[in-house]
Write a protein that binds this ligand. Structure first.
Ligand code: Z2T
Length: 841
């Protein structure tokens, strides 16, 4: 039972309760105290990293107060909570976000200045929390920000990886991976050594009959690993609500190591047990849109899911409600299929451990879960071999077989004599070896399935999940178009633009109601506004130019057109199309006379992104970009007309510098392959235009900003299949301009042509699966149109302002409200802001 302070002593508690910083003095007091006591240093030994540590601890003290209050409020109100299960949370830095969300960055800025520090330098000391690969993980982080900002009772559940996504170094033009050890000093997590769960693996199932003749399954033996909770506070913007992100860390069940083994001389094996346990949460799998079926990955998934469900069920049981009320108290969202075992685990808890009847339990399960699909790429759809399941999770395999049996029986009743259909929708794929199809399990175990942009949601209904739409009816399938948090991606990343917008929208309300952005369209012809707008973009480009110089040594002209493609490197995202286009531009410039060259528009092509360590083609693309940069950037004929840079180690904090500095960004996936994309939204929100295919959220961005304000090109999703077919069975000729690009590469212009042979043969000889050649002409033409549009600076600024004004739809707040209403059935928990211990400024 929780220990409560008796009434007579509570007055003393209230008197000393922590609150927001009254003023910068109060802030400084705390910083100095943390430097001198917590860190045991002094003013003679306080560098920027110590200032960061102390400043973070000072803010953390404030967060914790509201965090505790929020948890109390949510518990007492007994309201329904949503649990967002995600194997990835790409949080980035926490300090700047905490200062802005609490509304006390100004206080910190002034206070740090008094103490001898620039706030920007202090913020930069923080190591990104990079527990994710790309879009899926960053989406989870934006959702946490919106959930807290909108006062929804919500928890995130994830894994506390010791190593997040690797750090990328570029050495001689090649990617080199370096481990990302980020936990050296992390003030944002709170270990809860008292919150642990024992997780079982392997073993056997044995069945017995109870008194009433009912069969009961017992999962016995095997090995046990301990899950330890680490909690991270998630502050909302301009609200006291501070939600919780709970990350699980694995540890040997026996504690440090097994003393019995140790004492009996089995020292090595006792240490080995400990290491094997810790391996589970040791490292994030670095693949984006690819699943390789590794045992350790399945172990991670079960470890995290089982610990989270135990926690959720434990919390529910405290309420003493009937089991059938579980879905009225609990909504669980599956971020892709990674947590799908939760469906099976909850059924196991209810049937095996709590003794519910199968049907009653299953009803609870289905009403609890929602499943979000993030991709249609077949190589990314999770499948696990039945053999691996049998070995690692024998009881879960039995339950999956039962779920499948009852499901197929219901399909058989509704669609008699359709054997093909049964084979197509079976959760077990009858292949060699047999496989468990996790997406099908997630669909059957959830009451709603959603895609992440309109086109994507339509595609899943007509392709990979078509049969399920027939079986369950269309209402089970829905769309929730992704969004991004305007706090981090506008206010934090682009403070000057945020300030300017504030002057036209009447205050900061646009940061919590992004549709208010539409007010700036009234000022599109306001001279001063436009001038200020252009100055801000230039200042952001100057800042990026400095970063480029410092990190690559390349000087770029800030008034050139900045053309940016930063995202994970993947053939479907087509960085190869971009770099082939750059080579085409280079060859075109070279062929001009010096006089003609002078009339050309200067450009900087900026790339960034990580390749999965085992993705050979993606690494070749990185190498080609760097090789082209080396030649082009040192070509005296070219000068400032074209620069090509590859920015090392693209991550959330780099994105905060890059995004506000782009004129054009590239979102050029083969139509139908990018589920949504979210950086497209970030770039437009920051006053950049985009070149893109009719894919993912580009389509809805076009609908919102208008066709005149976006540069679309390329084939449509509906034509992709036929085009691929014609490559294989028709006469496939490479686009003539692209052929010239290949010639240049093959003649050694960018170094040893052997290094890039794979990229060329993929297009020329192996069916050009991603339609690089089919889209090349349209791509080049569209870039020429962009050059012309950019020459008209006034017209360009009009496009940018108009676009930003129309981006309100893409706030993750809108998106979270749609989930809350359409899928989770949860309500915000209102808070009295004056009741909070924090100020607002
Ligand atoms: C990922 O980042 C995405 C999808 C995945 O499917 C896996 C990963 Cl790691 C399993 C991305 C999509 O590619 C992107 O289009 C989308 O915007 C993002 O998820 C968030 O929905």
């Amino acid at each position: 039972p929780p220990a409560s302070i008796p009434e007579p002593q509570r007055e003393a508690w209230l008197k000393h309760q922590v609150s927001g910083f009254k003023d910068k003095d109060a802030f400084e007091t705390d910083v100095v105290r943390h430097v001198e006591t917590t860190l045991a240093r002094s003013m003679f030994n306080c560098d920027e990293s110590a200032a960061y540590a102390a400043c973070s601890l000072a803010f953390r003290d404030r967060l914790v107060l509201e965090w505790n209050r929020t948890q109390q409020r949510q518990t007492f109100s007994d309201s329904k909570r949503v649990y967002y299960l995600s194997l990835e949370f790409l949080m980035g830095r926490a300090l700047d976000n905490a200062m802005l969300n609490i509304g006390q960055k100004d206080v910190a800025k002034a206070g740090l200045a008094d103490l001898g520090f620039r706030i920007e330098d202090v913020i930069e000391q923080e190591h990104d929390a990079a527990l994710g690969n790309g879009g899926l993980g960053r989406l989870a982080a934006c959702f946490l920000d919106s959930l807290a900002s909108l006062n929804y009772p919500a928890w995130g559940y994830g894994l506390r990886y010791r190593y997040g996504i690797f750090k990328q170094e570029i050495i001689d033009g090649y990617q080199v991976e370096v481990p990302d050890y980020w936990l050296d000093f992390n003030p944002w997590e709170f270990p809860r050594h008292d919150v642990t769960v024992d997780i079982q693996f392997y073993g056997n199932v044995h069945k017995s009959t109870d008194g009433s003749g009912k069969t009961v399954a017992h999962w016995e033996g095997g090995e046990t690993v301990k899950a330890v909770a680490y909690d991270v506070p998630v502050p909302g913007y301009a609200t006291p609500t501070t939600n919780n992100l709970r990350l699980w860390s694995s540890k040997a069940a026996s504690g440090e190591f097994d003393f019995q083994k140790f004492n009996s001389g089995e020292y090595e094996s006792s240490v080995a047990d400990q290491q094997r346990a810790e391996t589970i949460s040791a490292v994030l799998y670095p693949n984006d849109n690819l699943e390789r079926g590794k045992e350790l990955r399945l172990k991670q998934q079960y470890f995290w899911v089982a610990a989270s469900l135990y926690d959720i069920v434990r919390r529910f049981k405290k309420s003493k409600r009937a089991w059938k009320e579980f879905p009225d108290q609990v909504a669980i969202q599956l971020n892709d299929t990674h947590p799908t075992l939760a469906v099976v685990e909850l059924q196991r808890i209810l049937v095996d451990l709590e003794g519910l009847e199968w049907d009653e339990a299953w009803n609870i399960v289905v009403n609890t879960f929602g499943y979000t699909n993030h991709t249609v790429l077949p190589e990314a759809l999770e499948k696990w071999s039945v053999g691996l399941f049998q070995h690692l999770l024998p009881r879960h395999l039995q339950i999956i077989y039962d779920i499948n049996l009852f499901f197929l029986q219901s399909v058989e009743r509704a669609f008699p004599n359709d054997r093909d259909l049964l084979g197509r929708v079976s959760i077990i794929e009858e292949s060699q070896p047999k496989m468990v199809r996790m997406a099908f399990l997630a669909i059957v175990g959830s009451h709603k399935v959603n895609g992440v942009a309109e086109l994507h949601s339509d595609l899943i209904k007509t392709t990979i999940f078509k049969d399920f739409v027939n079986i369950f009816g269309p209402d089970k399938f829905t769309n929730v178009t992704n969004g991004i948090t305007p706090r981090r991606w506008l206010h934090q990343a682009n403070p000057r633009l945020s300030e300017l917008i504030k002057t036209k929208t009447g205050g900061e309300d646009f940061l919590t109601d992004l549709t208010l952005l539409n007010k700036i369209e009234l000022s599109v012809n306001d001279k001063d506004f436009r001038k200020e707008w252009a100055e801000i973009k230039l200042a952001n480009k100057v800042r990026l130019a400095k970063h480029i110089k410092a990190s690559t040594g390349v000087s770029v002209n800030p008034s050139a057109l900045f053309d940016v493609q930063v995202k994970r490197i993947h053939e479907y995202k087509r960085q190869q199309l971009n770099i082939f286009g750059v080579i085409h531009r280079y060859l075109t410039l070279k062929a001009l006379t010096p006089d003609e060259r002078k009339k050309q528009l200067p450009r900087v092509s900026i790339f960034g992104g990580k390749a999965a360590p085992g993705y050979w083609m993606a690494k070749q693309i990185i190498h080609l970009i760097n090789s082209v940069g080396f030649v082009v950037n040192n070509d005296k004929d070219i000068g400032d007309l074209l620069k090509v840079v590859f920015l090392e180690d693209y991550n959330v904090s780099k994105a905060e510098i890059i995004t506000p500095a782009s004129d054009i960004s590239e979102h050029i996936s083969t139509a139908g392959t990018e589920a949504s994309g979210t950086s497209n939204m970030k770039f437009v929100l920051n006053g950049g235009l985009i070149i893109g295919t009719c894919d993912g959220a580009n389509i809805e961005i076009t609908r919102e900003v208008g066709e005149n304000n976006i540069f679309l090109f390329g084939n449509l999703a509906e034509d992709v299949e036929d085009l691929r077919h014609s490559h294989t069975y028709g006469a496939h000729t490479v686009d003539p301009d692209l052929a010239k690009v290949f010639e240049a590469i093959e003649s050694g212009t960018f170094g040893d042509q052997q290094d890039f042979a794979g990229m060329i043969t993929a297009v020329r000889d192996h069916g050009d699966y991603y339609l690089v050649s089919d889209d090349f002409h349209s791509y080049i033409e569209t870039h020429a149109i962009i050059d012309e549009a950019y020459r008209d600076q006034e017209g360009w600024i009009t496009k940018c302002i108009t676009s930003v004004a129309r981006m309100g739809f893409f706030s993750s707040d809108r998106c979270i409200n749609e989930y809350a209403e359409g899928i989770w059935n949860i309500e915000p928990l209102p808070v009295d802001k004056s009741d909070s211990g924090l100020g607002k400024g």
